[in-house]
Design a binder for this molecule. Structure first.
Ligand code: 13P
Length: 247
């Protein structure tokens, strides 16, 4: 299982960041799960500089530029130099601030060009009874991945994060059987995009109110390969409880 801890902007000081890093190192060792921490950029720089553990680091977003006169942008190359090996791309909270499908696709390319594994986020805003959300997911996935070469496509990780399930509680998150259905659908769309070749190797993660109370049921029933965790990843006690369920 891959567990990606998206700290968002919840963690703002180095003391808290170090505490979460220490807990994560122990959890990775004790449970054998792959843990990736995605802290705000300056904190990533500090923690990843001294990292000799199996815990990996990921950017929460990367720039679509490759450097130059771009005030405030942080490029894939900079993240790679700081010790990141993953990059979350197309998170709904970035899309809400203007990331289009085309921009997301460019970011995937930049991440891959600098050796970062991109974690492509997709997810519908809401569900309807005529299955329009399924077409939305197909479109989001196809637009982001189709411009990539087959070799590039084989290196991404996918995270299904329905917007309606983000930032809630376990009881309001997706039900395991609904997630199982969506996982199958995503794998079918991937197989079409890949023309059947090697798409089965693309890990599919789930994100959206993953907590200690629902993580095991989702892991057991939904056929997914890991989780992208928000609020429960910045509380050391909750995060430990959650990761231990997957041991
Ligand atoms: P929550 O776990 O807080 O719902 O956040 C999910 C998410 O957006 C992770 O990227």
């Amino acid at each position: 299982m891959i567990i990606i801890a998206n700290w968002k902007a919840y963690v703002e000081d180095i003391g808290k960041a170090k505490e979460l890093f220490t807990v994560s190192k122990k959890l990775a060792k004790d449970t054998g799960n792959g843990i990736v921490l995605a802290p705000p950029a300056p904190l990533l720089g500090i923690l990843a500089a001294k990292n000799a553990s199996s815990v990996a680091f990921g950017a929460q977003d990367i720039s679509a530029t490759t450097g130059g006169a771009e005030t405030g942008e942080i490029t894939a190359q900079t993240y790679a130099a700081a010790g990141a090996t993953y990059a979350i791309v197309g998170h709904s909270e970035r899309r809400a601030r203007g990331d289009t499908d085309t921009l997301v696709s460019e970011k995937l390319r930049h991440a891959l060009a600098h050796g970062l594994t991109p974690v492509l986020c997709i997810g519908e805003h809401s569900r309807d009874t005529d299955g329009r959300y399924l077409s939305f997911i197909r479109e989001e996935l196809t637009t982001a991945i189709s411009p990539l070469t087959p070799r590039e496509r084989g290196k991404i990780v996918l995270a299904y994060e329905p917007l309606w399930a983000i930032g809630k509680t376990a009881s309001e998150a997706i039900a395991a059987d609904d997630l199982a259905e969506m996982t199958l659908y995503i794998k079918k769309v991937l197989a079409e995009i890949f023309s059947g070749k090697s798409s089965a190797r693309i890990p599919v993660l789930y994100g959206g109110s993953v907590e200690p109370d629902n993580v095991r049921a989702l892991a057991e029933l939904a056929g997914i390969d890991g989780f992208l965790v928000g609020h429960a990843s910045v509380d050391p006690r909750l995060f430990a409880l959650l990761v231990k369920q997957l041991a």
